[in-house]
Design a protein around this ligand. Structure first.
Ligand SMILES: [Mn+2]
Length: 196
């Protein structure tokens, strides 16, 4: 059984293709036109051990907003499709990741209920040319289309690049844990309701 999905999503603002293998090895091919977003997606692939391809053509002449948000949406759609009926998955995942002075915690639940708690007190508004507000746009797009509850807390940090990078690394780790198959729960949907 392969847990892969490919999603193409086209709007007047962006054209995005995402391909993912949840049981990959961290291989990635990323070209969103937003270099810092590519750097963050690379963290998800590497630390989540997903094979991930993301190609995006967006209205960057305006700004990176639509491209970043819609990449989150399309990644969420791809993860939801790849994970299917959620039988046998661990469902919950969490990770703490430090990078020098920065430390972030991410907790995820494949609950079927979109929800985002984002608590990242960025110390500056821009990381190079990347507006830190876009971090929330990415994860809001993701949770709404993956159907997950996601709690993101940056617990400390001075350097905004480090703050953001620890969030994405911890997200990759937590997503890996939650989507992994639990051999003791093969074929079982991890909910007393019987569905997620
Ligand atoms: Mn970096």
């Amino acid at each position: 059984m392969t847990r892969t999905a490919e999603i193409t999503r086209n709007t007047n603002e962006t054209q995005i293709r995402v391909a993912i293998n949840l049981d990959g090895t961290g291989r990635q091919k990323l070209n969103t036109g937003v270099p810092f977003l590519d750097h963050m997606l690379d963290q998800i692939a590497r630390h989540g051990m997903f094979d991930l391809e993301v190609e995006a053509v967006g209205d960057l002449h305006i700004d990176a907003h639509h491209t970043v948000e819609d990449t989150g949406i399309t990644l969420g759609m791809a993860v939801a499709k790849a994970i299917g009926d959620k039988k046998g998955i661990r469902r919950y995942g969490h990770a703490y990741v430090p990078l020098d002075e920065a430390l972030s915690r991410v907790v995820i639940d494949f609950s079927g209920r979109p929800g985002l708690e984002l608590h990242v007190p960025f110390t500056r508004a821009m990381i190079g040319t990347f507006d830190v507000d876009l971090t929330g746009e990415f994860f809001r797009g993701f949770v709404n289309h993956a159907g997950v509850t996601l709690h993101i807390d940056n617990l400390r940090g001075v350097n905004a690049h480090h703050q953001c990078e620890t969030v994405f690394k911890a997200f990759g780790r937590a997503l890996r844990m939650a989507t992994e198959l639990d051999e003791r729960a093969a074929g079982i949907i991890p909910s007393t309701k019987g569905s997620l």
